[in-house]
Ligand binder design. Structure first.
Ligand code: ADE
Length: 253
């Protein structure tokens, strides 16, 4: 893979992020040097006796704001002006698989973990290259958001997981994934769909594709607009959308 992916995380809770880098797939990547993590405690860059990092918002209102000074000093300490800086925030652009792919193609990134009501906008204006949102809900821990972004990026790097797993992922082809089964053939009174036991590769592929189309039409019709479908597939998904077919909202088969 060449040299390691350098990821720097600026946080008020370094222990949360440090633990993440020790665990599971990321832990292995770090051990191998494929990922080079750096966790920076924003509080180390405070200048006052109380080591304060937050203050009341100008203009009034609820909550506190992460102050510009310690965050800017922390960013300077990691040469952030010369690097790609990502700030996860519910006010960002939606973070999608294509963004993970783009970030995986860089040599690293700097992530800012927000806390409180937000961070002083002047830091965003000065240092941040992109603001990304995970979805239309608000987390209290920017660390969780940063970990989600990191995780989506790492698993796309060579050697993180089997290449075929990435190719077969949901969203990689723009559709939701088909359902999965493993042994035994019958459990909880439910049997594996017969086609998966048939050994007939083409029929299995066709069944999986149909399941993907069903699920996507049913749960995320917005995704269908961006996917190239054959004429048959287009007709099939339209029937589902019109409610003319059993939509299998929760069902595997
Ligand atoms: N921080 C808090 N909530 C978030 C969200 N939904 N997406 C990204 N960052 C966040």
């Amino acid at each position: 893979m060449g040299s390691g992916y350098r990821v720097t995380v600026l946080t008020l809770f370094p222990e949360l992020v440090t633990e993440y880098f020790r665990t599971s797939i990321v832990g292995r990547l770090v051990e191998r040097g494929d990922v080079v993590p750096e966790v920076v405690d924003i509080r180390d860059f405070t200048t006052d006796r109380h080591r304060s990092c937050d203050d009341a918002p100008y203009g009034g209102g609820a909550g506190m704001v992460l102050m510009a000074q310690p965050l800017a000093a922390a960013l300077e300490s990691v040469d952030a002006r010369a690097r790609h800086v990502v700030f996860p925030t519910p006010a960002g652009l939606p973070f999608v698989q294509g963004d993970a792919q783009r970030l995986a193609g860089l040599d690293g990134m700097v992530l800012i973990c927000g806390r409180y009501e937000g961070i002083d906008q002047r830091v965003v204006d000065e240092y941040v290259d992109e603001e990304v949102s995970l979805g239309d809900y608000v987390l209290s821990s920017g660390e969780l958001a940063a970990m989600v972004v990191m995780d989506a990026v790492y698993r796309l790097r060579d050697g993180a997981i089997r290449r075929e797993s990435v190719v077969e992922d949901s969203f990689q082809d723009g559709l939701l994934e088909y359902p999965h089964y493993t042994r035994p053939e019958t459990i909880l009174g439910r049997r594996v769909p017969e086609v998966l036991l048939s050994g007939h590769h083409e029929r299995i592929l066709a069944w999986r594709r149909r399941k993907q189309l069903e699920r996507t039409a049913c749960r995320r019709p917005d995704l269908l607009q961006r996917v190239a479908l054959s004429e048959d597939e287009r007709v099939f998904t339209e029937e589902i959308l019109k409610g003319e077919k059993d939509n299998g909202r929760n069902q595997g088969s």
